[in-house]
Design a protein around this ligand. Sequence first.
Ligand code: CAA
Length: 383
Amino acid sequence: MIRDQELLDQLLDTLSRFVRERLIPNEARLAEEDAVPPEILAEMKEMGLFGLSIPEEYGGLGLTMEEEALVAMEIGKTSPAFRSVFGTNNGIGAQGILIDGTDEQKAKYVPRLATGEILSSFCLTEPDSGSDAASLRTTAIQDGDHYVLNGTKRYITNGPEADLFTVMARTDPQNKGAGGISAFVVEGDTPGIHRGPADKKMGQKGAHTCDIIFDDCRVPAENIIGGREGQGFKTAMKVLDRGRLHISAVCVGVAERLVEESLSFAMERQQFGCALSEHQLIQAMLADSKTEAYAGRTMVMDAARRKDAKEDVSTLASCAKLFCAEMVGRVADRAVQIHGGAGYMAEYAVERFYRDVRLFRIYEGTTQIQQLVIARNMVREAQ
Ligand code: CAA
């Protein structure tokens, strides 16, 4: 549901130039310093990247899902950690408030998320609750006009830096299932919040995760998202429906970048008296990667358009996440293979991407969780 083609083309054009001229040349530095360079962060804020999907009334650009997918594909053409820093504000960090929050909650927090003045995080996963998200143990017990939060959240993206957390916690300890969970907006400087050391990860250097520990952390009752207990798990699932589409689009962008890297290397590198790209076995790998990236793009665009048309895309978002995350894994593997020995060397971007893309099959729901969601929805619909 593209609202203004001309404006969108301008945005994509600007973004594409930013990726080519500013982000790609800084990929190695991002990985080496394990941080987004501060001047790049400032430019991202200036460009409005922190508020891409936030409605215009709160200071964002108000992109539709289709527009957001196109933007995510563009930004996917560079190290995923660049996207991660502002992706959370547009996505899982803000969407809980936007989808189910009260008008007061939206007015209080969303404008500052849109400008990047504050950074946000989504706290669902725990040490003993990952794929089985409804089994989470963090509690939020009402005490007068506050809730007291206790528990540990794990692998929280942007956790070391976040100023605001969307936290899923159990307000009804008797109810061990999804119905006992509520979602809260928690300000990062609330007493009782402790941050663990930054995790040492396989890839995506520059995007930080850590434990967030709530120790008798008192949160005003007005911060319960939507003002009602027991809705938090559904809020989290709705947030993830959108998030999974966004991640699928990023996977497509990364895959397209890897196809470009593979093609240019194959055209340059000579073996057996001609360019690698003249060898049919290399051509087969190039063709498979191109085809799969195209299939991913088509899938994401279809699901995004349907979401904009207000269809329930829970199944399709999972289909897209499943296919695109697995697809970019295969494309990255072929990219390394096409590069041969060079693909194993850190000076080539494909070595870094190979490690970076591994996360896509895991976060925002593993491939196996997507299979579960798809099949369960199929059975439910058939009944
Ligand atoms: N939209 C709205 N409501 C939904 C929903 C959706 N997409 N999916 C489920 N619900 C509702 C159900 O209708 C049900 O409501 P009722 O009780 O009223 O019927 C309720 O939520 C419970 O649903 P289920 O019975 O399906 O719940 P479940 O316990 O069987 O689990 C699951 C479902 C799909 C396995 C879910 O736990 C899940 O998605 N797990 C994966 C968690 C995940 O993705 N974690 C990633 C963490 S975030 C992250 O990675 C971010 C990061 O840091 C970058």
